[in-house]
Design a protein around this ligand. Sequence first.
Ligand code: GAR
Length: 185
Amino acid sequence: MIGVLASGSGTNLQALLDADLPVAAVASNVGSARALERARAAGVPTAVFALENYATREERDDAMGEWLAGHDVELVVCAGYMHLLTAGFLARFPAINVHPSLLPAFPGMNAVQEALAAGATETGVTVHFVDDGVDTGPIIFQETVSVLRGDTRETLHARLQEIEHRLLPEAARLYVAGALRSAAE
Ligand code: GAR
């Protein structure tokens, strides 16, 4: 079973749901995340693990890990999840992340804006296994996108998201089918 972590609008979560992947649980660090509404609409259990409700990040991730394990989660997919995961959490679950740049270029939360600001002529999408760095870990897929004259953060991100919505479900599908394993397994 797949557990999805999402902090925002949840279009990547929607792509996973639309691909009929076995999403058993959706957790967020943000109670108002639209991703939670998408999960509820699909009948998938949700929970919020806001950092401010725990003494430490480790305690928060331990609680989130317990909840996910209680829903038989074996693979975690980060679909716009904007917090780092602790080493303890990552020792418990393999995790896949999607990121809107050609990593290692432009890690972090503002990858699209930073690619534009740097004058990059190409950027892209990376799907990778998660380690305890910021948008690091073994790469599963990368696909390049040209930056067009006149692109804004919105227009470029929209083209990148079309690719994300194809590559992230494909990586999850391969993992569930047993065709993909992280180096740690
Ligand atoms: C996606 O573009 C994803 O690549 C990015 O957040 C967006 C979430 O969109 N993730 C990161 O920047 C991770 N560092 P969504 O909520 O519509 O799926």
